[in-house]
Design a protein around this ligand. Sequence first.
Ligand code: ZN
Length: 117
Amino acid sequence: MCYNNTKIISQIKEGSLILCECGLYTFSYNNLLFEFSKRELQGFKNYLSKISISEWEKKCNCTENCRKIPIPTNQGNLLLLFNKSEFENMKTLFFPKENKKNIFLKFNQISEEFSKN
Ligand SMILES: [Zn+2]
């Protein structure tokens, strides 16, 4: 990341998702910072969209603020843990609300194409 001509894709109080001129994305959230290539970003978004909060909530009976939603990193022995509200908040960086309609439309189109085959 050279931080030239950066473009803010989304921003919340706790962090941001920024695209740099060199093609790398920087995701920051509180004390976390990740750099992604376009492909890695897509993979991360896929991962986020597949996580079922309710599944993770069932695995643990403690308080709502307990951090139980894991996000793996490239370093196998390092996991990031989020609680429900942190996770949902962090997710809005990758799926900004104004794009929600478009995302759903895309998913519908994809499933339609699959069912045709
Ligand atoms: Zn850069």
